[in-house]
Design a protein around this ligand. Structure first.
Ligand code: GLN
Length: 197
């Protein structure tokens, strides 16, 4: 367990996408933030957030050198939160179209599942997190079409899981960093605090 006096150091994958808003949310909750641009930046982190953006573009950066393999090892052991494109990277199965992933979180994800008409929206959704409905910002969002037996669903959108947890892994198909509400980031920091350092 963490000592309450030492803030955890959380990495934010900063190859592309919405990393800055995640860094601000984490800092506001007292965490120390390190932007992760190289595999070496993962060393000694207490946890990692993989932001939204374009998962195909992130994959291109990750497939240079040893970054993909180092990250795949990291996410097997250390608390990691994937939002939107980051959730796609964490999944065991990616469809529409299929693409390579870190195969850590036992879900099937359908990319860009809401089509062009309805691809971005803001909803207030009831979740398992106390404190009332949560604002969820969706941008060209994926849909979780299958959750494995060890995956806990913390919120649904239209009957599909939209916030899920499996042990030390958390994933959201929306962008919690774009809302003022920091409950999802706090949930992740609570998961980090439960890990042995
Ligand atoms: N459509 C993006 C992808 O497939 C994800 C969108 C997002 O992260 N907001 O990677």
């Amino acid at each position: 367990m963490h000592s309450s006096t030492t803030p955890p150091t959380i990495g934010v994958l900063a190859l592309q996408g919405a990393f800055d808003a995640h860094a601000k949310a984490l800092t506001s909750l007292g965490a120390t933030v390190r932007l992760v641009r190289n595999p070496e930046d993962l060393a000694d982190l207490d946890g990692l957030i993989m932001p939204g953006g374009e998962s195909t573009t992130m994959l291109k950066f990750l497939e240079r050198g040893s970054f993909f393999d180092t990250l795949a090892t990291f996410v097997k052991e250390k608390p990691t939160f994937g939002t939107c494109a980051g959730a796609i990277l964490l999944a065991t199965h990616v469809e529409h179209p299929a693409q390579r992933s870190l195969c850590a979180l036992d879900i099937t994800v359908e990319r860009n599942a809401y089509g062009r008409q309805n691809d971005s929206t803001i909803l207030d959704v009831q979740t398992e997190i106390p404190g009332g409905p949560l604002e969820m910002v969706y941008i060209r969002a994926p849909r979780i079409t299958r959750t494995g037996a060890n995956v806990e669903t913390l919120a649904n959108r239209d009957g599909f899981a939209t916030l899920v947890r499996q042990g030390h892994l958390l994933a959201a198909t929306f962008h919690p960093e774009l809302s003022a509400d920091t409950r999802v980031h706090q949930l992740f920091l609570d998961m980090v605090a439960q890990q042995p350092r």
